[in-house]
Design a protein around this ligand. Structure first.
Ligand code: TYD
Ligand code: MG
Length: 454
């Protein structure tokens, strides 16, 4: 019998090593190597002869493209993130923290898929628990089979007998393959099980969805390793205290990455939020200082979001800076620009910044709205609630142009805003169509302040 082989894996990025290392040479993480004993049952012998079913090289022009064949998931937000539906033979990873609603989303999809035979494999919950959840979500009778199993061989046997059109695995961390002896959830198991499922998806053309847990500090590494293997990675996230959940495309071989799907967790499952602007805004009857509106684009969708800033004298020696929903470094940069270019003394003050609704925003077009919110709070001068902003701020305090300005303007106009402040440097400024919103194009942050508060 072959001697069992020991391999060390980095918990963070999956790098292999023959010996234990204190620091991963690939991702730089400290103390992240775990030992795993690997017994492979199959022997690595001489090269096997080609079997009749094995792949042969083909000319690219002879390969049929099935790019347009997508399976409708019955859920518009999910379809949007996937780029129009599930692609045949694709493998999709849905990652997220425990309790965020991955199982709910997938079960809901399985129950609502129009005329599609779905196999939902759960290694985490019993059939009764899943049934209880299904009763909460939907009363639609659908062709959804539930299998509570963790061994991949058994799952494959059941797949052969049921012949589903979609397989959902909840979760990849609970699966176990008999060809590897380490415990479920270990990196080698996760890899092996995922590659077995990938093999199945590619040969049968049936899409497979894997659910994977990930914790805030990235302690469970499985999904990171998986990201390279799968076609599509979707991240399900949200502030647990808000009911909103965001499904983000992090990688997509068949569609736009960075697209967003928005849901609201309710008593009867996840509601699709097709009009995100309306949930991100809180209507104020009177103007309040420190509140501004930014016309952003997340994915391909324009969205109005509310920025809230609070600037107050620091009670302690060290002023606090806290940003929820935007990058803290971006906030520091904007504070420095406001201080240096617009002459507001913010150094000794506490600054708190918040995106209403618990959203996380990466769009640089929110810069101007953030800066104005901070100044408005610092000076205690409210900004007219009919004005919104869409511009980036440069280090010299210049107002920079942002992409797809027409789309942002149209969304702002649709929601009843009367003025939008943008950059004078926008290309084709003169050619902007009349969308029923007044456009104020400026070049410097000082000009914006003069326009708003003078
Ligand atoms: P779940 O899908 O089990 O999360 P995950 O699979 O990501 O671990 O979601 C669990 C949470 O969702 C739980 O806190 C209860 C809540 N929930 C609702 O609010 N409404 C519902 O209809 C359902 C099914 C769950
Ligand atoms: Mg779950």
């Amino acid at each position: 019998m072959a001697k069992p082989k020991t391999i060390f894996y980095c918990r963070n990025c999956g790098t292999q090593s023959g010996k234990w290392l204190g620091r991963c040479p690939s991702c730089g993480e400290w103390n992240s190597f775990d030992e795993e004993v690997i017994h492979r049952t199959e022997k690595a012998g001489p090269r096997r002869p080609a079997s009749p079913g094995s792949a042969k090289p083909r000319l690219i022009k002879d390969i049929e493209s099935s790019g347009t064949k997508r399976i409708d998931t019955g859920n518009q937000e999910l379809n949007r993130v996937l780029g129009g539906g599930l692609v045949a033979g694709s493998i999709t990873l849905v990652g997220g923290e425990p309790g965020i609603g991955k199982s709910t989303l997938m079960l809901q999809m399985a129950l609502q898929m129009p005329s599609c035979k779905v196999l939902y494999v759960s290694g985490e919950e019993s059939g009764e628990q899943i049934k209880m959840r299904a009763d909460r979500i939907s009363t639609n009778p659908s062709e959804c089979y539930i299998l509570t199993e963790t061994l991949t061989d058994q799952i494959m046997n059941n797949i052969d007998s049921i012949e589903p059109q979609l397989v959902i695995i909840d979760s990849i961390q609970t699966l176990q393959s008999s060809s590897i002896e380490s415990s479920a959830g270990s990196i080698s198991q996760i890899r092996e099980c995922a590659s077995e499922l990938q093999q199945y998806a590619k040969t049968s053309g049936v899409p497979v969805i894997l659910i994977g847990h990930i914790t805030k500090d990235g302690a469970i590494a499985g999904p990171k390793v998986l990201e390279h293997m799968v076609d599509t990675v979707l991240q399900f996230e949200g502030e647990r205290n808000y009911g909103y959940r965001i499904l983000r495309g992090a990688k997509n071989r068949f569609g736009p990455a960075s697209e967003l799907g928005i849901f609201q967790m309710q008593g009867n499952g996840l509601r699709e939020v097709s009009n995100p602007s309306e949930i991100m805004l809180t209507r104020h009857d009177e103007a309040v200082s420190g509140i501004t509106l930014a016309a952003t684009i997340e994915g391909l969708r324009p969205m109005m979001i509310e920025i809230q800033a609070l600037v107050s004298s620091s009670a302690y020696g060290t002023p606090q800076r806290s940003a929820t929903g935007i990058d803290g470094r971006r906030l520091s940069m904007l504070l420095a620009v406001i201080e240096k270019r617009a002459g507001f003394r913010l150094g000794p003050k506490d600054v708190f910044l918040n995106i209403a609704g618990g959203m996380r925003i990466d769009d640089p077009a929110t810069d101007l709205a953030i800066a104005v919110a901070i100044i408005s709070s610092s000076e205690d001068m409210p900004v007219d609630s009919k004005i919104c902003f869409a511009a980036e701020i440069g280090l010299s305090g210049e107002i920079r142009q942002v992409n797809r300005i027409e789309q942002r303007m149209a969304e702002a106009a649709r929601l009843g805003y009367e003025t939008i402040i943008i950059s004078r440097y926008n290309a084709r400024l003169d050619a902007l169509p009349d969308l029923g919103i007044k456009v104020v194009a400026l070049t410097k942050i000082e000009e914006v302040i003069r326009y708003l508060f003078a």
